[in-house]
Ligand binder design. Structure first.
Ligand code: HEM
Length: 173
């Protein structure tokens, strides 16, 4: 499959915009988690947790899936391939892993986070400890920063060359 140059540029633009949106949503998550866990009045903490529970996970998943879909298209339709170069293959694993984590680990916990927000607003002690919320933005922002670095520097060369090099070393030994 090959894309016309203008189409490839349009898909690349979509890819970069979706990656940027995803990172932006993660920064918003970090802010809401920061307010919800540590800062301010009960009203502010409760509102931050409720906003997090209600409005954030779906746009995050959509931007992650658009990034994945456009990345797959770019990989398949350009010289880069999906598992031809390490920087693309590693990004593919990162993107799929983060999507799975959003669906399997983050989304199911949101009703409890919303309930904790309501409890805090009512000056009650929440039934669930939501301090685990520190991890999602930390992990996701770290992985997405790494994926951005991989995209810009494109390190480590071709997958098969590395495999051939290993075979040559083994044959020599
Ligand atoms: C994990 C999240 C991802 C982020 C943050 C990300 C970010 C980026 C960025 C910023 C670029 C532009 C680099 C440049 O033009 O110099 C890029 C290009 C690219 N990305 Fe991603 N990407 C991600 C996931 C993926 C996935 C899953 C794939 C494919 C499986 C992929 C495949 C590509 C390819 C092939 C290009 C180069 C396109 C071209 O120049 O024709 N990316 N990515």
């Amino acid at each position: 499959m090959k894309l016309a140059p203008r189409v490839r540029k349009a898909v690349l633009t979509l890819h970069i915009v979706s990656a940027g949106a995803w990172i932006g949503i993660d920064v918003l998550v970090a802010v809401l988690v920061g307010v919800g866990l540590s800062g301010g009045s009960d009203a502010a903490r409760g509102l931050a947790l409720r906003a997090l529970a209600e409005y954030v996970v779906s746009p995050m998943l959509v931007s992650a899936l658009v990034c994945l879909g456009s990345g797959l298209l770019l990989g398949l339709a350009t010289k880069w391939g999906l598992v031809r170069y390490w920087w693309v293959a590693v990004k593919l694993v990162m993107n799929v892993l983060l999507c799975v984590l959003i669906v399997v680990a983050l989304r199911p916990g949101m009703p409890e986070v919303g309930a904790a927000g309501e409890a805090i607003e009512a000056a009650q002690v929440p039934a669930t400890d939501v301090s685990f919320l520190v991890f999602p933005p930390t992990v996701s922002l770290t992985v997405l920063a790494a994926a951005t670095l991989l995209s810009v520097y494109k390190p480590w060369g071709r997958v098969r060359q590395a495999a051939q090099g290993l075979t040559a070393v083994n044959a020599g030994a």
